[in-house]
Design a protein around this ligand. Structure first.
Ligand SMILES: [Zn+2]
Length: 82
């Protein structure tokens, strides 16, 4: 995925397909404007858009949430303790 915006333009944002919240990506100043350097991620539920093919073979955007924060936290905590 690529994208970006020029100097003086406002940062592009997306609407989350899961909760309707604000999804933002990271942008990096590349000298002629800003280039997108990360996927969009919802600031409310953490979902990111992925492109999948529907039953008719068309590409559609599907918003998917990451694995639950609680299970991820357990893994991280385990590593910290060890
Ligand atoms: Zn969301």
């Amino acid at each position: 995925m690529s994208g970006g915006y020029g100097y003086g333009d406002s940062e592009p944002v997306e609407e989350c397909g899961c909760c309707g919240g604000l999804a933002r990506a990271e942008f990096c100043d590349v000298g002629v404007g800003y280039a997108q350097v990360s996927e969009y991620r919802c600031t409310q539920c953490g979902a990111s858009p992925t492109t999948v093919r529907d039953g008719a073979g068309r590409y559609v955007v599907s918003w998917e949430q990451p694995s639950s924060p609680s299970s991820l936290g357990e893994v991280v905590t385990g590593y910290l303790i060890l």
